[in-house]
Design a protein around this ligand. Structure first.
Ligand code: NAP
Ligand code: ZN
Ligand code: ZN
Length: 352
């Protein structure tokens, strides 16, 4: 394989800069993908800045981030049956797993009990560091490649591979649908997909955002209601209201305020991954038999189901396309909650 061009953080908190590296030679079940677009997930920022050091065993630098990959198949190995040259494909947060444990066997590869090969900041089965989608191509086993809907634009599909599935999976698991009151906390990359999916599934959908600045957008995306969490009235008015709250926020906040917004038997699902641990008051849960849960992306089967759902219902991400040379500025804007609603890197800019 020729050298692969990309962008990497060479050390924690270093700005991303051009970086060349080796991809493995394709094996018989591998698909070589020309990456056209890659979304910028807040997890890319957490990891390049080493903000999850309390949770991860190690962070691997240089780090080429990117796990919202949309591209086109360039070549296929001799035994590949699922894809052919020219297919529109995607790769999400992982590129392999053990394939034999109970999680893998039930299509929950993201919860593999042995080893998930993360798309970047991870290691493959040979212990070699993995490099992500801020690069010109990637080599992935066909069983971990997704088919993108033909009728949707490639750039706006890229964020479905992480932001999309991260919200679709818990909404399905906790049965969001007609008659259910669902709140999405934080209208960012994940949150805006949550609003679109909750609305498409027929749930009454409420956005809880820091201010009312994004209210018009929230309504356009499908929200029935929009409240500012900076207003203490919000927590009085909505007390005991929701069946399901999906919390996408990674910043410190009083979780008890949010738990108290749920009905009897309500569930709050954490998908945001803050740097620091958060205290939870037992009465916020016990007083209404409430549940606090977490959820991580989705397995391959469910991710494909989500992509097919998006094709059918014409759901894509609202994006701002940027050149890779602007990636550090894009990071700064994501941190300020100043993105509507996902940055997507146009990988053609790597050649510039
Ligand atoms: P994002 O685009 O930055 O969105 C986060 C949103 O949180 C912001 O738009 C903002 O919404 C709200 N927010 C930001 N700072 C806040 C503060 N100080 N107080 C209250 N609310 C605040 O990030 P993202 O890409 O959606 O990712 C969100 C989190 O999910 C990250 O921690 C990321 O690592 C994690 N994540 C988890 C998974 C998983 O599988 N569980 C997958 C992907 C990402 P408003 O402006 O509306 O208030
Ligand atoms: Zn992500
Ligand atoms: Zn497994």
């Amino acid at each position: 394989m020729p050298h692969t061009k990309g962008y990497a953080a060479t050390s924690p908190k270093a700005p991303l800069a051009p970086f060349s590296f080796e991809r493995r030679d394709p094996r018989e079940h591998d698909v070589v993908i020309d990456i056209k677009f890659c979304g910028i997930c807040h997890s890319d920022i957490h990891q390049t800045r080493d903000e999850w050091s309390d949770y991860l065993e190690e962070s691997i630098f240089p780090m080429v981030p990117g796990h919202e990959i949309a591209g086109v198949v360039k070549t296929v190995g001799s035994k590949v049956t699922k894809f052919k040259v020219g297919d529109k494909v995607g790769v999400g947060c992982f590129v392999d797993s053990c394939r034999t444990c109970s999680s893998c066997k039930s299509g929950l590869e993201q919860y593999c009990l042995v080893h998930t090969d993360w798309t970047y900041n991870g290691r493959d089965k040979d212990g070699v560091p993995t490099y992500g989608g801020y690069s010109e191509r990637i080599v992935v086993d066909e069983n971990y490649v997704l088919r993108l809907p033909e009728n949707l634009p490639l750039d706006a599909c890229a964020p479905l591979l992480c932001a999309g599935i991260t919200l679709y999976s818990p909404l399905l698991h906790w049965q969001a649908g007609p008659g259910k009151k669902v709140a999405i906390v934080g209208l960012g990359g994940l949150g805006h997909m949550g609003v679109k999916f909750a609305h498409a599934l027929g749930a009454e959908t409420t956005v809880l955002s820091q201010s009312l600045k994004k209210q018009a957008d929230g309504k356009r995306l499908g929200a029935n209601q929009f409240y500012a969490t900076s207003d203490p009235e919000t927590f009085t008015k909505l007390k005991g209201y929701f069946d399901l709250i999906i919390n996408t926020v990674a910043a410190p906040m009083d979780w008890n305020d949010y738990l108290n917004l749920m009905k009897v038997d309500g569930s709050m699902v954490m998908v945001g991954l803050p740097e620091k641990q958060v205290p939870v008051g037992p009465f916020s849960l016990a007083s209404r038999r409430r549940s606090l849960a977490g959820s991580s992306i989705g397995g391959i089967r469910e991710t494909q189901e989500m992509l097919d759902f998006c094709g059918k219902h014409k759901v894509v991400s609202d994006i701002e396309v940027v050149a890779i040379q602007k990636v550090n500025e894009a990071y700064a804007r994501v941190v300020k909650s100043d993105v509507r609603y996902r940055f997507v890197i146009d990988m053609a800019s790597l050649k510039g």
